[in-house]
Design a protein around this ligand. Structure first.
Ligand code: SER
Length: 713
């Protein structure tokens, strides 16, 4: 018995086919975009822009002008349609074959046809295939109709808005390689729609005619247009091929399933969502199954690639996708973190093709779960409040902008979420009113300070303009009293924060260590008369203003209030790991030689990681020697002291500094007050360091190396 090809088999066949045509198969590049034109990798060609422009086509030492990949791509421009329709995905796999000045249009067209219709490949019925071409591309028309033999009535010509890649590139950009394209469509038949191919020329939308492959002929380098707007296209030194076949789309055709969510990758995820929630995948709620299934797939991939939820840039998008999934899980009745339980299925379905998923399973689960926990707290309050506001409103009514603002201001409930929930009830949100309320609140809070956009903490560091550096007392004290100097939410100065909201709090004095030098930011609590909040992280600006990421538990926090700041007990564990990191560095240099250079580190409550340069993996003997050396320091229970001094003095005393790091005039030196012997050497520890440490080496306790890995790649 053979069923239709699985997604994995289609992927494999594609790569095999193009390898048989002399292409080098390269693994997918990361979802983190290879160039700054986008946040995420949006197309299979993106990592090859330089080769299209004429750079040598050499990959890890292998020269090849023909390359094939399965590239994971992320496009989030219309994220709110994902799940509502069954045609949008935020993550998709683009199968591509690329030529860097090697073969061109004719071969690209012939091979696409052979792959789609060849009995041993996709075996599609050629009479169901249709194509579009660029308006004046008579050459492509000739290949399709005369050489391939496709019926001329199956061909449409479009302008640069449809048949150029990037779309409209001559006028709109981006600058760089671009060219006309030819798209291949499959007619899924009247059960998907009663429109005709002629209709498509007008509507350019069809459930029946599904675009499955885009053949691009990059032959131009788009330059800055002239002052009057005239596009400038320069001929590239040679002609290239870039194709992108949508794997999920071809799977729909080959498996003859109605949409992405019924294919062999998504169905198991959707089914698991139904099991976890106890809600069958049917009817109106099925939107939520789809959102959850789609988003957990994309979020797992981007987190595996190193992106993490945050308030800026790529991290903001990760957070937005994840929070949208959280909300739909909530709508399905899931009140506990649940999305993280879906990660293993994603890994099961995609981990063979993308091993980074399997390698990072635990990290992905933990990241998703932590974000779920935090968002569920925000969500509960906001959803209930919104429900109350909308009760009694008719479809077609409008929620006032101020109500939407209060939800945001008080509950941290993002306005795009408010809009999406309201829309489901046929209620719109007065966006102009929202903007006005926001503006008013800013005017009140700003009191003369200027306002603009930048990158930190929700996008507005200027909200912190004019603040003095925070007095840090946390080397010695784990509790301190301070005054609230500023409250910042989503980049705006706020006057007050109510229970349930999350924001950045700036204090006049703080015992909280701000993330830096490898050491994680402190967590803990702040308390004041009538209220309390959880400090979830601490960072600082380059100007030395400490930013506490706070969730208000109870009461109201206002500018000017006195608070007591209390660092969590985890700090002791962090300090043990930090001092141990110094000892580890000295031990490594003693055992492996002074060529060992620190490249980075992570000092957290549960572990430390030390990154260093060294030509080879450590032998078991070397690891044992390093452990023994550190243990000797620990049992000697030496005092650990720190002191500020001019950098010249620190260097003269032989303190270890991080190569390439910029230090100020005055530095802090952390020193262990005694040395140990190793193979005739006297080994001591003195480092430039701003971190938090134990006061005696004996506090460190047991020291074990759990693993030693090569991370050069
Ligand atoms: N770059 C083209 C696209 O993304 C073909 O790979 O559609």
């Amino acid at each position: 018995m053979t069923g239709p090809l699985s997604t994995a088999q289609i992927r494999e066949k594609y790569l095999q086919f193009f390898q048989s045509k002399g292409h080098l198969h390269l693994p997918s590049y990361s979802t983190v975009a290879p160039d700054p034109t986008t946040l995420f990798t949006v197309a299979g060609m993106q990592p090859f822009k330089e080769q299209f422009m004429g750079a040598p086509a050499v990959f890890d030492g292998v020269a090849s002008k023909r390359v094939t990949t399965a590239q994971k791509c992320v496009r989030v421009g219309d994220i709110e349609n994902v799940g509502r329709t069954r045609r949008h995905l935020s993550l998709f796999e683009m199968m591509g074959n690329f030529s860097f000045g090697d073969y061109f249009k004719r071969d690209a067209i012939h091979w696409a046809w052979e792959f789609l219709t060849g009995a041993e490949w996709m075996g599609m019925d050629g009479s169901k295939l249709y194509v579009t071409i660029y308006e004046d591309d008579d050459e492509a028309f000739m290949y399709w109709t005369q050489e391939i033999g496709i019926d001329p009535s199956h061909v449409h010509r479009f302008g640069a808005d449809e048949n150029f890649w990037p779309a409209d590139a001559p006028k709109e950009g981006p600058n760089g390689p671009c060219g006309p394209c030819s798209e291949i469509f499959y007619d899924r038949g009247p059960k998907y729609g009663d429109d005709s191919w002629a209709d498509y020329a007008v509507t350019r939308e069809s459930a029946r005619f599904l675009e499955i492959w885009n053949l691009v002929f990059p032959q131009f380098d788009r330059q800055e247009p002239l002052a009057d707007g005239t596009p400038v296209l320069r001929d590239l030194p040679f002609k290239n091929i870039d194709t992108g076949m949508g794997l999920e789309r071809v799977a729909s055709v080959v498996q003859d399933v109605p949409d992405f969510y019924s294919n062999d990758v998504f169905l198991p995820i959707v089914t698991r969502v139904a099991e976890l929630s106890g809600q069958p995948y049917e009817g109106e709620v099925s939107v939520s199954h789809r959102v959850v299934a789609e988003h957990i797939r994309s979020v797992s991939m981007v987190i595996a690639d190193g992106s993490v939820p945050s308030n800026t840039g790529r991290g903001y998008v990760v957070r937005k996708i994840l929070r949208r999934a959280c909300r739909h899980a909530y709508l399905l009745g899931l009140r506990e973190p649940s999305l993280f339980k879906l990660v293993p299925i994603v890994v099961d379905r995609m981990g063979d093709a993308y091993p980074e998923l399997r390698e990072n399973l635990a990290k992905v689960e933990a990241t998703v779960k932590a974000e779920e926990e935090s968002f569920l707290r925000t969500l509960e309050g906001g959803i209930q409040r919104l429900g109350k506001l909308m009760s009694g409103m008719e479809r077609g009514a409008t929620l006032s902008g101020n109500d939407a603002f209060v939800l945001y201001d008080t509950y941290g409930f993002p306005v795009d979420l408010t809009k999406e929930i309201a829309e489901e009830y046929g209620i719109s949100v007065d966006e102009a009113g929202y903007a006005e309320s926001l503006e008013n609140a800013q005017n009140l809070a700003r009191a003369g300070s200027k306002y603009g956009k930048s990158e930190l903490f929700g996008g507005n560091m200027e909200a912190l303009d004019g603040l003095s550096p925070t007095v840090f007392v946390g080397y010695d004290d784990l509790q301190a009293d301070g005054e609230v100097v500023a409250l910042v939410g989503a980049g705006e100065r706020l006057t007050h924060l109510s229970a349930g909201s999350e924001a950045t709090v700036v204090l006049s004095r703080t015992p909280f260590y701000a993330e830096g030098g490898g050491e994680v930011g402190d967590t803990g609590r702040i308390e004041w008369d009538g209220g309390a909040g959880i400090v979830r992280d601490t960072r600082k600006t380059p100007q030395g203003v400490f930013l506490h990421d706070v969730l208000i538990e109870s009461g109201e926090l206002k500018e000017g209030l006195s608070v007591r700041a209390v660092v969590s007990g985890e700090r002791q564990a962090i300090q043990r790991h930090h001092t141990a990191t110094h000892l580890l560095q000295s031990a490594l240099r003693a055992v492996l030689g002074s060529g060992v250079q620190q490249k980075g580190s992570l000092v957290a409550a549960d572990r430390l990681r030390f990154d260093f340069s060294h030509g080879a993996a450590l032998s078991a003997d070397e690891i044992a020697a390093v452990e023994t050396l550190v243990s000797r320091w620990v049992s000697a229970n030496f005092a650990v002291t720190w002191q500020e001094m001019p950098i010249a003095d620190a260097k003269a005393a032989g303190a270890t500094a991080l190569f390439g790091e910029k230090y100020g005039e005055t530095v802090r030196v952390v020193r262990v007050g005694g040395s140990v012997e190793y193979a005739g050497q006297t080994v001591s520890s003195m480092e430039l360091c701003g971190g938090a440490h134990v006061t005696r080496t004996g506090d460190i306790g047991a020291f074990v190396i759990l693993s030693d890995e090569n991370v050069a790649a």
